[in-house]
Design a protein around this ligand. Structure first.
Ligand code: RET
Length: 256
């Protein structure tokens, strides 16, 4: 299994390196292009994090191996999308909403699975996992509607999206997540669950702040809407790598 993962990783590396030329022709990274900087840093940080999680997977107890695999998949899926977004940004100075949401559609449900995997040994049900995933889908579909399909109604779609986010927060702070964690009797799992929950509450709050820069929304005019990308890039690096590191630290601790 480890060999399969390593091989997949090298194939990915070669593909990424081999195709850099596709985007290097027209654009250049200007000294003051801070949004561009974060596309590059985000790409490389997520790529490195994936290598780290895949390799470290071999060091943790069997019951946590899938959790580490998912941590690596989350950052790897993001790395590939950042690779594209970085290139399009270089060429055009813009970043299409599509890449962002294709990435989130895969990575956010996987983060929901990560909550489930953490609490599964303590008795979490797949019902909890599917409720989290359903809420995340509502959050993301509504967000996409407001950003890309009906931007004139972005406030309404933002509210609907927030209902999805609230569903996730409810499940982990008041619903099954909270109850199973409390009953688990494992302080290492409890501490990690608390940290992941704080990521979902505070770390994820970075995204609606970016969204509110859309014309007609609460923070419109404070900064150009292109700064959404800066905010989303910071949010992604913090949340995807941070989430993975919490799971990693938990697994190492619980293996000893
Ligand atoms: C790795 C990517 C992650 C963790 C993305 C999370 C995205 C959100 C929590 C987005 C939330 C939004 C709202 C709560 C309202 C406005 C629209 C969104 C989609 C930006």
């Amino acid at each position: 299994m480890t060999n399969v993962l390593r091989t997949a990783l090298w194939v990915l590396t070669v593909l990424c390196l081999g195709s850099t030329t596709a985007f290097a022709a027209g654009g250049n990274l200007a000294a003051g292009d801070y949004i561009g900087f974060t596309f590059f840093t985000g790409y490389m940080a997520m790529f490195a994090a994936s290598v780290f999680f895949f390799f470290e997977r071999g060091r943790v107890a069997d019951k946590w191996k899938t959790s580490l695999l998912i941590s690596g998949l989350i950052t790897m899926i993001a790395a590939v999308h950042y690779f594209y977004m970085r290139g399009v940004w270089l060429e055009t100075g813009t970043s299409p909403t599509q890449f962002r949401y294709i990435d989130w559609t895969l990575t956010v449900p996987l983060m929901c699975v990560e909550f489930y995997m953490l609490l599964r040994p303590a008795g979490a049900t797949t019902g909890m996992m599917w409720r989290l995933i359903a809420s995340s889908v509502l959050m993301l579909v509504a967000g996409y509607m407001g950003e890309a399909v009906q931007p004139q109604s972005n406030v309404m779609w933002g509210v609907i999206s927030t209902i999805g986010w609230a569903g996730i927060i409810y499940e982990i702070f008041m619903g099954e997540g909270k109850k199973v964690a409390a009953a688990s009797g494992n302080p290492v799992v409890q501490a990690a669950f608390k940290q992941l929950s704080m990521f979902a509450l505070i770390g994820w709050a970075i995204y609606p702040i970016g969204y509110m820069l859309l014309p007609g929304n609460l923070l419109a005019g404070i900064a150009p809407p292109s700064n959404m990308d800066l905010i989303y890039n910071i949010g992604d690096a913090v949340n995807k790598i941070g989430f993975g590191l919490v799971v990693y630290a938990m697994a190492i601790k619980d293996t000893k």
